[in-house]
Structure formats: C-alpha cells, structure tokens
Design a protein around this ligand. Structure first.
Ligand SMILES: NC(=O)c1ccc[n+]([C@@H]2O[C@H](COP(=O)([O-])OP(=O)(O)OC[C@H]3O[C@@H](n4cnc5c(N)ncnc54)[C@H](OP(=O)(O)O)[C@@H]3O)[C@@H](O)[C@H]2O)c1
Length: 238
C-alpha cells in the first residue's frame, strides 16, 4: 500500500502536496498578478513531473482568471491529471483553457443557480456543490469528495489564498517550494494570511530536503503538527 492509500484509509482524505514557485522574498507574483515566469524552465519541467505524479491538480478561481492555465502535463511524459477549481460564484468564463484536456471538476456552493451549472456541464465539466466554511467553499469537503472519487494524491498549485486555506485547515502533507533567486518586494505572497501572531504558532516543517535546480532551489518538506504553545519562555534579545 502506498502512502497516499495509507493517508486515505486513516483519514478519508487525500495526500496533499502544496507546490509553490516563488521568489527569494516569498512572492508568487508581482503586485499586478504577473507570475510568468518566476522560476527557470528546468524547475518548470520538474513541476510538470509533480503534476504527472498526482491524481488531480487543485487551484483557485484567482489563478485561473489571472493566468488562464491549461494545468496539463506537457514537459514530461505522463498523463495530465484531473483538474479541480474552486469557484464559488462560477465566475470563470466558459472560454478558459481549463475547459480543454483532462477532466475538469468545478467546486461551487450549494446555492449556485442551475443555469450556470448547466452551462459548465455542457462544456464537459463536473460541478460539485459543496457547503461553505468561513465564507468560502469548504476545502476539506472538496478534498473528502475527491478522495472518495479515487483522487488520492492532490497537488495544490495555488494561488496565495488557496494555499493559506489548505494550511489553515491542516490539509497539507508535503510542501514543494521552488525558490528562484529573484526579489519582487511587495507582491502576492506565496501563502496568504494564516493569522499567526507568535513564532511559536508557526507551522513547523520536518524532513527538509534542499535540491539545487540550475539557479533555483527546490525545497521539499513534510508539515508537522502546529504547536499551540511554547514550552520555553520567550526572552527578549539583549
Ligand atoms: N508562482 C506560483 O506558484 C503561482 C501559482 C498559482 C498562482 N499564482 C499567482 O497567484 C495569483 C492568484 O492567487 P490568489 O490568491 O489571488 O487566488 P487563488 O488562491 O488562486 O484563488 C482564490 C479564490 O478562490 C476561491 N475560493 C473558493 N473557495 C476557496 C477556499 N476555500 N480557499 C481559498 N479560495 C477559495 C475564491 O474566489 P470565489 O470567492 O470567487 O470563489 C478566492 O478568492 C495570481 O497572480 C497567479 O498568477 C502563482
């Protein structure tokens, strides 16, 4: 049994890899949303390898509307996985590139109007109507449904807000962060707000591996449980 299956059997959730392609100062795009291309072609080839290893790629509406990605495997051999897009209002246009290629699942809310759903089904998409949690589609419910449908390894490719939701709900097992030797200053952070105010509450990573890929670095790590309190008193630096 592989680790994806083990995760599913013990939690009924898929194994989740969060992939980021960021600058040294932690941005995945400029303040205008431009993200093409932060990392090198070699890193992007490796990113496609990660896609080919996954059962599904998951992204948010913001990424689709800004980048109009195909979300396919092109630079390596392998099948393009299923695509899952979070779009609570079904705002993504019917001409978006995600409507071509591998199967597409659009996760939306239970209240969404039938006409919009019908239009997307006509374009070949499956539409999942799911509950809302804190004003957004319940990402845990999306992942539970995905796992139940046989999608046991999900690659989350962003953007910033989806990455934050996944981490906030402790849904991420592994991080694969491609870091390019570039600086953008105030751009779009690779991970949106997690409301962490104390370093002791930072999400801890373990089994860290760093690999050099041309001028970029690929940083892979497992997510440890979040510590809630520190055992040690915090002393001010002298
Ligand atoms: N370099 C990289 O690795 C990389 C990768 C991907 C994206 N990007 C960049 O990131 C930017 C987009 O990021 P973003 O943060 O604006 O958008 P995003 O994370 O792609 O999408 C966020 C949107 O998804 C919808 N959503 C529904 N349920 C959600 C949930 N549970 N959690 C979070 N979002 C949910 C919401 O829109 P509704 O309320 O309308 O449903 C939300 O505003 C673009 O500039 C893109 O180029 C960079």
């Amino acid at each position: 049994m592989n680790e994806f299956e083990i995760k599913y059997r013990s939690t009924e959730l898929p194994f989740v890899t969060l992939k980021l392609a960021q600058t040294l100062d932690g941005n995945i795009a400029t303040c205008t949303g431009d993200s093409k291309w932060i990392t090198s072609k070699t890193s992007r080839v490796r990113g496609h390898q990660l896609r080919a290893e996954a059962d599904a790629i998951l992204v948010g509406r913001g990424t689709v509307m800004t980048d109009d990605p195909e979300l396919s495997v092109r630079y390596v051999d392998g099948c393009s996985p299923t695509k899952i897009v979070l779009d609570s209002q079904l705002k993504i246009g019917l001409n978006a590139k995600i409507f071509g290629g591998a199967p597409l699942i659009i996760a939306t809310t239970e209240e969404m109007c039938r006409k919009r759903i019908k239009d997307r089904k006509k374009k070949g998409a499956q539409v999942w109507q799911l509950p809302i949690r804190n004003g957004q589609i319940d990402l845990k419910a999306v992942l539970q449904k995905a796992a139940l449908s046989g999608l046991r390894h999900i690659l989350i490719e962003g953007g910033s807000r989806v990455a934050a939701s996944a981490l906030r709900l402790s849904l991420v097992d592994r991080i694969a962060a491609f870091v390019a030797p570039k600086i953008l200053g105030a751009g779009i952070p690779s991970i949106g707000s997690l409301n962490i105010t104390s370093i002791t509450d930072a999400i801890a990573l373990e089994n860290v591996k760093v690999e050099s890929i041309g001028n970029d670095f690929l940083f892979t790590a497992r997510v440890k449980n979040r510590p809630k309190t520190s055992e040690q008193p915090c002393l001010p630096a002298l």
